[in-house]
Design a protein around this ligand. Sequence first.
Ligand SMILES: C[S@@+](CC[C@H](N)C(=O)[O-])C[C@H]1O[C@@H](n2cnc3c(N)ncnc32)[C@H](O)[C@@H]1O
Length: 346
Amino acid sequence: MGGGRNGKQQQKSNNAKNELPSDPSQYTILKEGQADILMHGNDVFYNKTQVVNRDLSIAVLRTFVAKRKEENAAMWAKKQDQKTSTSSAQPPPELAACESSEMDASISAFDGEANEAATDVDKVQSEKENGENGGAQADVAGQVAGVSDEVAKPVIKKVGEEPRPLRVLEALAASGLRALRYAREVEQVGTVVALDNDKVAVEACKRNIKLNGSVASSKVEAQLADARVYMLTHEKEFDVVDLDPYGSPSVFLDSAVQSVVDGGLLLCTATDMAVLCGNNGEVCYSKYGSYPTRAKYCHEMALRILLACIESHANRYKRYIVPVLSVSVDFYIRVFVGKCNKKQPA
Ligand SMILES: C[S@@+](CC[C@H](N)C(=O)[O-])C[C@H]1O[C@@H](n2cnc3c(N)ncnc32)[C@H](O)[C@@H]1O
C-alpha cells in the first residue's frame, strides 16, 4: 500500500498543510466562545447565524454531563446503603471492598434538565435579541419534551467513580469549530472525533486544532471520512453524536442511531425547512417518511417529522428515542434526543 517516494512526498505535503500558516496575513482569526479558527476566504464553511445552535448544544451537553455526575453519585450512595443494611451477612469490609463496582445504574436522567435547558434557550434567545449572538431574528420555539428515567443510564460504567469522560463524534465538522468548542467548553468531554469528507475542511480542521493549543490537540482528532461509513463501522461507540448537515440529515440518520451508546445523546440539525414545511410533500415523504401539510404550525410539524424519522430508524435496531429538547430557530430546526435500548417484554 501507499509508501515509496510518492507516498512520502504526499505525507510531507499533508503535514505541511496541517502546520499553522507561515504567512498569517492571509488568514483572519475568528473567535467564537472559547475557540479560535483561521479563516481564509470561503475555503471552509462557517455560518455565523448558527452561533445559537452551537451555544445551545453546549448548554445541553453541560446539563447532560452534570446530570450524569449527579446520578452516578446517587447510585453510589444507594449501593453503599444496601451494603450497610446487609453488612451482618457480608464478608469483612476489606473483602467487600474488593467486589466489582461494575453495575447497572438506575438513573432519572434529565429530571429538571429539560427546564434548565429551556432556561438556556431563553438565555440564548435574550442574548440574541440584545445583539450579542449574531443579531439575526430568532423564532425559538423551545419544545421540551419527554423526560426519561433511562436517558443517561448506560453511559455510566462504574458506580462510585467519576463517570468516564465523554466520547463525542462531530460527524460533519467543516472547520472543526463546534468540535473545538465542545472540547474547550464542556467539562468531562474526553475526546471529540471531527469528521468531514472534504479534504480542504479536514486540513483546515487540523490547523484549527493546533491553533487552539494543547487541550484541544489532546482531545480533538480530525479525520477524513464519509460520516455514514464511519458511524456504521463504529457501532455504539459514542456518548454523543452531532449531525449538522447542509440541508437534510436524512441520509445520516440510519448510521447515526447505531453509533450512539445506549443512554447517549444524538444532536441533529435540519435546514431543509421548505421541504419539512410542506412545499414539496413528495420530497418530504421520500426523505423523512412523513407527508407534511401546509399550515401555520409548520415549524412544530417539522420537529415532529424529524423526531418520528429518527425514532423509526432507532426502532429498526430495537432502540427508541427520548426527545430532550426540540427547537425551531431562524431557518433551521434542531433536536436533542436520548437513545435507549428497547426493553424486552417481561
Ligand atoms: C454545514 S457544514 C458543518 C458545519 C459545522 N458542523 C459547524 O458547526 O460549523 C456540513 C459539512 O458536512 C460535510 N459533509 C457532507 N457530507 C458528508 C459526508 N457524507 N461525510 C462527512 N462529511 C460530510 C461537508 O463537507 C461540510 O463541511
